[in-house]
Design a protein around this ligand. Structure first.
Ligand code: ADP
Length: 483
């Protein structure tokens, strides 16, 4: 639910609907008040005209004619719609319409007083008494003679019915319009956001190390297309920079290989000569000369060892680069991942025993045949096993297992250890070249094992996931597509 509301499209749609609701409501309230005030002024106009006419008849003729005309007009309007009363200033009624419907609407003494003080007329709205009655009546008072006051009332039922039906129609139209507005809003928001989604998809692909990905550019030429073009230009630039850096790295690694090989060769020749010299001289050599020679032998041996390490590092770096760039042609064939893992475990068993670690293979329960390069896959598994054993203390356990992934057609090879685990801050970096967590810097290694393992998994269309708890151990999960 929370995720739904975080979606910009949903939020935009809701904002659009809310804005529409508020504007429609403001319009409704405005129109409602306009109509009701218009109705009131028309009613007042009607009442005014009515009493003015009766007053004129009274002035031109007599009271009897005025009463007759007033009765006729009240009857014509309808007994339920209008009524009148004529009364003296004292409050004594001397003429009226049929008051069967209006008996409870009395006379307002204040009105009489106000009229006597000189006001031309007096208007008021009164509720019709009765249980739960919502009915209202508009009443006018006018002096038609020195001592005679005319009260004329008209029911507001029709006006209320009109306003009620206006409310009903408005609400129905509102619901329909709101549904329409939401649909239009959703359509417009989706259309506006579709470009952003495309950009996000591309960004995700790039995060997964696909620097070749580009944002598709539409033909609308709008802001989103402009953004896509700019992002693509930026990606071109980043890609060329990354390619330059990689090329430079590879060149350095390549160029370092020859001098190191030469140094190693020289050290090897020196060591061979020294051994030969020692044999020839036998016990003739002086003790001082012997120790001098021993030092040289030792230095040559160390030089060879260090050169081997450097050459190994350089060759791993070049293998990673070639694998990642896809330059290296891989001979592929169906490889049984379980058999490869088993062979690797057998190979590492003596190392595990040496370190007092239990290396277990879970029983096979799924088939994991991968179309891949056996040597590369062996190296990948060996790197994971080497790490698991390297970072687990004596008495710990390393478990290797094969299982099916939640995605059909994928198989998972897991290497779990009960070792040192990896800190959260190191976790995002362990697959980077030469990255080594601080706490493991004392152990042997160059920080290239996992980079190579990941490059191998990727070149086989897979990935590696890792879960780890510091002090409790880690699980590396290689997910690969099966045949
Ligand atoms: P290294 O040669 O240092 O092992 P890797 O690339 O194989 O290089 O691993 C990078 C870093 O990831 C290691 O230095 C270590 O800190 C951490 N790491 C890898 N595997 C494990 C593991 N099973 N347990 C704990 N830490 C590990």
């Amino acid at each position: 639910m929370n995720k739904l509301f975080r979606s910009f499209t949903v939020r935009l749609t809701l904002w659009y609907a809310l804005l529409f609701c508020i504007s429609a409501l403001v319009a409704f309230v405005g129109i409602y008040f306009l109509i009701s005030s218009e109705i009131q002024s028309r009613t007042d106009e009607y009442l005014q005209k009515q009493v003015d006419e009766i007053a004129r008849i009274y002035q031109l003729q007599d009271i009897a004619t005025a009463i007759t005309i007033a009765r006729l007009q009240a009857e014509a309007a309808g007994e339920k719609r209008a009524f009148f009363r004529m009364f003296y200033r004292t409050g004594v009624v001397f003429a009226s319409a049929n008051l069967s419907q209006w008996g409870q609407v009395g006379m307002n003494r204040t009105a009489a007083a106000i009229l006597v003080s000189g006001a031309p007329h007096f208007l008021e709205t009164r509720h019709l008494p009765g249980p739960g009655s919502q009915r209202q009546v508009r009443i006018i008072y006018r002096r038609i003679g020195a001592d005679i006051i005319l009260q004329w009332g008209v029911s507001l039922d029709e006006e209320f019915a009109l306003l009620a039906s206006f409310k009903r129609v408005f609400l129905t139209v509102m619901v329909v319009l709101l549904a329409g507005a939401m649909a239009v809003g959703a359509f417009m928001a989706r259309r506006a956001m579709s470009g952003v989604e495309k950009i996000a998809r591309t960004a995700r692909r790039i995060t997964q190390n696909d620097l070749d990905a580009r944002v598709p550019v539409g033909r609308r030429g709008d802001e989103i297309d402009e953004l896509a073009v700019t992002i693509n230009q930026m990606l071109d630039r980043i890609q060329s920079l990354v390619a330059n850096i990689r090329r430079m790295n590879d060149n350095i690694a390549h160029d370092l290989r020859s001098p190191i090989t030469r140094i190693r060769g020289l050290a090897e020749v020196t060591l061979a000569r020294a051994h030969a010299g020692q044999r020839k001289q036998g016990n003739v050599s002086t003790p001082a000369g012997q120790s001098y020679l021993d030092e040289f032998v030792h230095m040559a041996a160390s030089t060879i060892e260090e050169c081997d390490r450097l050459l190994d590092m350089i060759s791993t770096m070049l293998t990673i680069s070639r694998t990642e760039s896809g330059v290296e042609h891989l001979d592929r064939k169906p490889v049984d991942l379980w058999v490869t893992a088993k062979q690797a475990c057998e190979l590492f068993q003596p190392v595990a025993e040496d370190r007092g670690i239990e290396l277990i293979m879970q029983p096979e329960n799924v088939a994991g045949i991968v179309n891949g390069n056996e040597k590369m896959l062996q190296r990948m598994i060996a790197n994971l096993l080497d790490n698991a054993l390297k970072y687990t203390d004596c008495g710990g356990k390393v478990i290797v297992g094969l299982s099916v992934d939640s995605v059909p057609g994928m198989v998972c090879l897991t290497v779990t250890d009960t070792g040192s685990g990896i800190e959260d801050r190191d976790l995002p970096h362990i697959f980077e070249r030469f990255y080594r967590a601080d706490q493991t810097r004392g152990t042997s290694g160059a920080g290239l094992g996992l980079s190579l393992a990941l490059a191998v998994a990727r070149v086989h269309g897979g990935r590696i996931e890792v879960k780890s708890k510091p002090g409790r151990g880690s699980t590396f999960k290689v997910i690969l597509p099966t045949i």
